[in-house]
Write a protein that binds this ligand. Sequence first.
Ligand code: SN0
Length: 315
Amino acid sequence: MKLFSSVNDVTDINQLVNEALLHKQNPYAHQQLGKNRILGLIFLNPSLRTRLSTQKAALNLGMNVIVMNMDKEGWALEFNDGVVMNGTTVEHIREAAGVMGQYVDILGVRSFPGLVDREKDYSEEIFNKFVEFCGVPMVSLESATRHPLQSLADLVTIHELKTTARPKVVLTWAPHVKALPQAVPNSFAEWMCKADVQFVIAHPEGYALCDDFTGGATITHNQDEAINGADFIYVKNWSAYEPYGKVFGEHNDWMLTNQKLTLTNNAKVMHCLPVRRNLELSAEVLDGPNSLVVHEAGNRVWAAQAVLKQMLQAL
Ligand code: SN0
C-alpha cells in the first residue's frame, strides 16, 4: 500500500483487521521490517492518540519516528499557486512537502477542515498537495473529510468484541458546543458500509452527512428507535454538511445516558476521543461497564501497525 487516506485504498479490509489483531498478539514479530526506515508525522492540528499510537506502532515495527507540530513550530504554509507571498505565509507546500520527502520514507499528515468552504475541504486540497509534492508514501492522520486510522481501529474493536456474526452498529450524533468536522463520522460510515454489520445512523434533522459516505446505511432522526437492540453505539458530534459547518439547536436530549442504554442489547459504547463529559457523553456511561473508549484507543496501535506494515512492504 502506497497511500492510506480512505477505506478505498485498502484491498481487503478483513485481512487488514485480522493483521491488526495478529500484531496485538505479537507486537514485535516484524521488528526487522522497519529497520533504517523513518516515519515522519506532521501535525497541523492537535493530537493525542493518533500521535502516540502511530509512533508506538512504528517503533514496534523497528522504525524511527520524527514528529513535527507544523502549526506551532513550522513556517506558515502557502497552498495556493501563483500568489505573491508578501503576506503571512512564509513557505510554499511545493517546497515544504518536497523537503519532508527527502527526510522520511513514509509521511503522515493531520490537517483538519476549515469548515467554511465545503468545496475546498471536500476536495482534500491540503492532504492531496502533500501527496503530490512529498514523493513518498503517505498516511492520513485525519484529513478534512476522513480519519481512516480511527475507523480501522473501530472496526478492529467491533470485530474483536462482537458476540453475534452480524452486530447492529449505530452511529449517533451527540451534542457539543463547537462546530466539529464530519471526518470521523464520514469515515466511520464509509468503513461500516463495507463491513459485515447492520449499520444505522441517527442524527437530528439538519445534520445529514454527505451521502458519498453513507450509502447502504439506514438513516433516522429517531435516536431511541435507532439504538433499540444495538450491540455497539458509536457516539460523535459533527457540524452540518448543509449549511456547511453550521450548528443549530441544543439537542441536549441526544446525550447517551444509562437510561437510554436500557433500550439496547447491552450495547458497548464507543467514541474516538477526546470526549466532553456530560455534554457529548454522560460520565455515568463513560465510567460504566459498557464503555469501550479506552480499549478502543488502545487498538489504535494495532490498526496503525497493520497499515504501516503494508506500506513498508511496498517500499
Ligand atoms: C476532532 C474531530 O474531528 O472531531 C478530532 C477527533 C479525533 N475533535 C475535536 O476537534 C474536539 C474539539 C473539542 O473542542 O472538543
